[in-house]
Design a protein around this ligand. Sequence first.
Ligand SMILES: Nc1ncnc2c1ncn2[C@@H]1O[C@H](COP(=O)(O)OP(=O)(O)OP(=O)(O)O)[C@@H](O)[C@H]1O
Ligand SMILES: Nc1ncnc2c1ncn2[C@@H]1O[C@H](COP(=O)(O)OP(=O)(O)OP(=O)(O)O)[C@@H](O)[C@H]1O
Ligand SMILES: [Mg+2]
Ligand SMILES: [Mg+2]
Lengths: 221, 221
Amino acid sequence: VIKIRDLIKTYGEGTAEVQVLKGVDIDVGRHEIVALCGPSGSGKSTLLNIIGCLDKPSSGTYLLEGEDVANYDRGAQANVRLRKLGFVFQSFHLLSDQTAIENVMLPLQYAGVPVKERQGRAAEALARVELQDRMDHRPNQLSGGQKQRVAIARSLVTEPSLLLADEPTGALDSRTGKSVLQLLEQLHEERGLTVVMVTHDVEVAAWAHRRIALLDGKISA
Amino acid sequence: VIKIRDLIKTYGEGTAEVQVLKGVDIDVGRHEIVALCGPSGSGKSTLLNIIGCLDKPSSGTYLLEGEDVANYDRGAQANVRLRKLGFVFQSFHLLSDQTAIENVMLPLQYAGVPVKERQGRAAEALARVELQDRMDHRPNQLSGGQKQRVAIARSLVTEPSLLLADEPTGALDSRTGKSVLQLLEQLHEERGLTVVMVTHDVEVAAWAHRRIALLDGKISA
Ligand SMILES: Nc1ncnc2c1ncn2[C@@H]1O[C@H](COP(=O)(O)OP(=O)(O)OP(=O)(O)O)[C@@H](O)[C@H]1O
Ligand SMILES: Nc1ncnc2c1ncn2[C@@H]1O[C@H](COP(=O)(O)OP(=O)(O)OP(=O)(O)O)[C@@H](O)[C@H]1O
Ligand SMILES: [Mg+2]
Ligand SMILES: [Mg+2]
């Protein structure tokens, strides 16, 4: 599903240049659940954003289900994301002027799903993360963990085959975090969902099938 | 230091009314390190915001170092925060158009500290959270855990006697999180810092002197 070779990502220029990813190789197979771990600032979000076609590498190759996406333009990247991916951002990126259910309906709208079906699917996605009582709240009327769960619901509502999640349980208490993992487990069994998740949580990393450690921009395990 | 009785916080009206805090009593003594724990949505951030004079209760009393702050107006609240508190927000609230060091200098500017001293103290605060190499980066050039550490540095730069922190290690890996706790431990020993921190992390809660559990808007332990 994911094949990455010699990935390099550099920010800035001249004396301000920072090489964040220093030649990364990654393989993720269909239906795998992979945890990406590493210290703060090691490059995990940067790597996940490139995998999620939200950013481009400075150099290197990236094949997503055999498609050579590393050098796609913005329009093509958006197209890949809509067709194939769900993404949970480290800082959620919800629209502040829309309710929880409106935020979750948005990807379905981009996919051309009719409004009645959008509403039903979004409501169901929110119920699965225990937010049925918060559907009409806007982000500033939600707790940190509730916002995170809206972001999770939004990432799954289009039924993607690949979920990319940046610290998806970071704002959740232990019980709520476990129930999110159970949801992903269930989708994995029912639909063969492939998951790459960044996590600091040792228990979440242990739950995954495999762990990849990133240290100072390089894979160390 | 903190004396709270019968605290109630309600949002919304009529059928949309949500009673988030349902009569909370809390005492925090000088130099105590208290962890506030509870499920997602239980009211922890709401309670911490009231303690931090960022919000007002719907009813109940709150004495901060003997000062009756529950019904202060916005100007008086801002004054209390500047004089007494450091606050680490769950979503950091950094200024996106300012660098890390400028963000950390800001509270000192409000406190009337001269610019050379502001720069020195802000640089030192950032060094203590291991961000000496990221001082001139703006928030969108920082990782999640780096932003969190900037927020921590900013909360401590005015040398407050009371630190209120909403999930201050939530975005940090285990080692970086421990070094933040060591910093707080050190400030506690050197200056008698009092700390109330919301946390989902069992190890952070264990490190505190005492734990308060919030369940559905009420203290349960
Ligand atoms: N402005 C608001 N209007 C209506 N309800 C609100 C508002 N702000 C917060 N709430 C509700 O208050 C409850 C408590 O929110 P709070 O942010 O205090 O929870 P929390 O314990 O910090 O949760 P988390 O661990 O997820 O951060 C939540 O159920 C939330 O939906
Ligand atoms: N636009 C940018 N310009 C310069 N440096 C950047 C930029 N974006 C990120 N960085 C740097 O790249 C490094 C990696 O960032 P990244 O967000 O990938 O880390 P991370 O592993 O996700 O960390 P965390 O666990 O704290 O979220 C950091 O040191 C950060 O300062
Ligand atoms: Mg990150
Ligand atoms: Mg909270």
